[in-house]
Write a protein that binds this ligand. Sequence first.
Ligand code: ATP
Length: 202
Amino acid sequence: MQFSRLRLTGFKSFVDPTDLMISTGLTGVVGPNGCGKSNLLEALRWVMGETRAKAMRGGGMEDVIFAGAASRPARNYAEVSLVIDNQDRVAPAGFNDSDTLEVTRRITRDVGSAYKVNSKDTRARDVQMLFADAATGATSPALVRQGQIAELINAKPQNRRKVLEDAAGIGGLYQRRHEAELKLRSTEANLLRVDDVVEQLA
Ligand code: ATP
C-alpha cells in the first residue's frame, strides 16, 4: 500500500494546513528537537484509526487538537488526511473502485471522531480493517516509535507473535473471527430464547 500524501490541519503542533508528500522508497524526517517529527508519525497512526490516547502521548483523544500558543488561540478540531495510491487495487472490497483513496479523520471538541474515505462517511472499524488487511495500521510494526525496539526485545513471546501477525497482514482476520464469534454467541442465545417460547406455547 503506497501512501502518497499526508495532510494535517490543527493536529498537535501543525496548526496550519501542512502537506507532506511521500515518495516511493524510504522517507526520513529530520529536524531539531520538538519540531514535530513524532507528531507526524502519530498523525499517520491516528488517521488509520488509533483509539488509545496514550499511544498519542495524550491523556484524552482531544489532546491531539492544537492546544494554542502564546500568539495563536486553540483550535476546535483536528483533521488528518492520508492519500493512498490504489492503482494495483490492494484495498479490500468496497474500497476498490478508485485509483486513489483519501482517508480522512476529523475530531471536533465535545463531538468526537468522524472518518471519511473519498468524502464518504465511513465507520472507524472499516478504516481500521482497510489498513489491517494491507499489513499496516495504527499498531503496525512498520511505524516505529521511540523506545519501541527496546520494548520488542523485552516483550513476552505472545506480544512478539502479535508483531509478526500484524506484519503478515492477518490482524484483520483475527478481528473478523472475533466479531463472528460474538455474533454466533448472540445467535445461540436467541435460539435458546426461541426454544423457551416454543416450550411455553406447547
Ligand atoms: P524530539 O526530536 O525531541 O523527539 P520531535 O521533533 O519528535 O521531538 P514532537 O514530539 O513530535 O517533536 O513535537 C513536540 C511538540 O509538539 C512540542 O513542542 C509540543 O508542545 C507540541 N505539541 C504536542 N501536542 C500539541 C497540541 N495539542 N497543541 C500544540 N502543540 C502540541
